[in-house]
Design a protein around this ligand. Structure first.
Ligand SMILES: Cc1ncc(COP(=O)(O)O)c(C=O)c1O
Length: 388
């Protein structure tokens, strides 16, 4: 090979696969709800890295738990005993009031839903899934097929049998579920990515009843609304129903990649049915334990619930806000204009992170669950400033 060609080749370097449109901010440290960038600029984080930061960045108890564990053992596979998983299942069952479920641990929200849908199919021997308009369940095989977004479904995913129905349309639901080929129904208690629409209590109870009557597995996707964000441990607990499978991730690890499903004990396990290399590793377990301990000790579900009410009161003072959506600290402000520019101004001028949604008119508010009224005041003052 000529020398010039060899030189040109040696200059080539690997780039990132360019799938994320990025804001021009480079966080290098974070504490509580304050994120600091590489220039020393501080930002208030009312986005929580997409509803992930549940107990605040670098919470001292969380940091200590993970550091201590790392000094002992960080990882071993699921071929050996791991008492931390048992400890975690016990604590999670108590705090969530879901003691008649069994826990399977994995690594992300999509993986949780993928396993949930797989379990529905294993259990029923059937193949079709019912999901809902504007729902989001992740980007893997069946989870993405159940997600209402054509653009992120490859031809491979489109082979799955999924029927996407309008939320809160009980006639459409009854018509589909009685056809006899449905294995599972998957639903978010509060739609995250979609823009914070919710099933009504009557709808949730009716689909729960019809699922049971037709031998179909009801999957509560609590990946975003779970772990206290809605003011109760799980979003479905606002509606007095009992799903067969509950999927969890995001706030569960406060940034540590961990997910899982709670499977009702009426659904039986067998060796090899589900599995993962990394799921339930020692670090993931202590990260989740730390989150649960802080949720309990600092009464964060109560805080989320109370501050949700306060947020609504403050939003009522802003004439441009058409509607407040969501519950607890899983909230959105609906405007009569698209919010992309407002989000940019909040970041670059007010140094405040917020979230967007598929519904372009909704600005999302997904902070850590231990924020204060004062933090909410700061948010609304900044918002008023940008809306002037
Ligand atoms: C409700 C819901 N389910 C599943 C997922 C997918 O989770 P992950 O990105 O961890 O795969 C998300 C992510 O936003 C979500 O909001």
């Amino acid at each position: 090979m000529p020398l010039t060609q060899r030189l040109a080749q040696s200059k080539k370097s690997m780039n990132l696969f360019d799938v994320y449109p990025l804001y021009n901010v480079t966080p290098v440290s974070a504490k509580g709800i304050v994120v600091t960038d590489d220039k020393g600029q501080e930002y208030l984080d009312f986005y929580g890295g997409h509803a992930v930061i549940s107990i605040g960045h670098s919470h001292p108890h969380y940091v200590k738990r993970i550091k201590d564990q790392l000094d002992k053992i960080g990882f071993y596979s699921n071929a050996v005993q791991n008492p931390l998983q048992v400890e975690l299942a016990t604590k999670l069952g108590q705090l969530s009031n879901c003691e008649d479920y069994n826990l399977f641990l994995c690594n992300s929200g999509a993986e949780a839903n993928e396993n949930a849908l797989k379990m529905a199919s294993f259990h029923t021997g059937k193949t079709r899934v019912i999901s809902f308009k504007n729902g989001f369940h992740g980007r893997t095989s069946a989870a993405v097929a159940a997600t209402d977004n054509e653009k992120i479904n490859a031809p491979l995913n489109k082979q799955q049998k999924v029927t996407i129905l309008p939320l809160n349309d009980i006639d459409a639901f009854a018509h589909e579920i009685t056809k006899g080929d449905v294995c599972g129904v998957i639903i978010e208690a509060i739609q995250g990515v979609g823009g914070l629409d919710e099933p009504s209590t009557a709808f949730y109870q009716e689909i729960s009843k019809l699922s049971k009557q037709n031998g179909v597995i009801l999957i509560a996707d609590e990946v975003q609304s779970g772990f206290g964000r809605s003011g109760k441990f799980f979003g479905f607990q606002h509606h007095d129903i009992q799903p067969d499978i509950i999927s969890i991730a995001k706030g569960m690890g406060n940034g540590f990649p961990v997910g899982g499903i709670l499977i009702h004990e009426s659904i039986k396990a067998s060796y090899g049915l589900l599995g993962t290399t990394f799921g339930g590793n020692h670090l993931a377990c202590v990260a989740t334990m730390a989150v649960l301990e802080v949720l309990e000790k600092e009464k964060l579900m109560e805080n989320a619930s109370q501050l949700g009410v306060y947020f609504n009161e403050m939003a009522a003072e802003i004439p441009q806000v058409k509607r407040v959506k969501g519950r607890g600290l899983m909230l959105g402000l609906e405007f009569d204009f698209e919010v992309a520019e407002l989000r940019k101004k909040l970041i670059y001028e007010q140094h405040i992170f917020t979230g967007g949604a598929k519904d372009k008119y909704v600005l999302r508010f997904l902070p850590a669950l231990n924020i204060t009224k004062n933090d909410i005041d700061i948010f609304f003052n900044a918002l008023k400033e940008e809306l002037k």
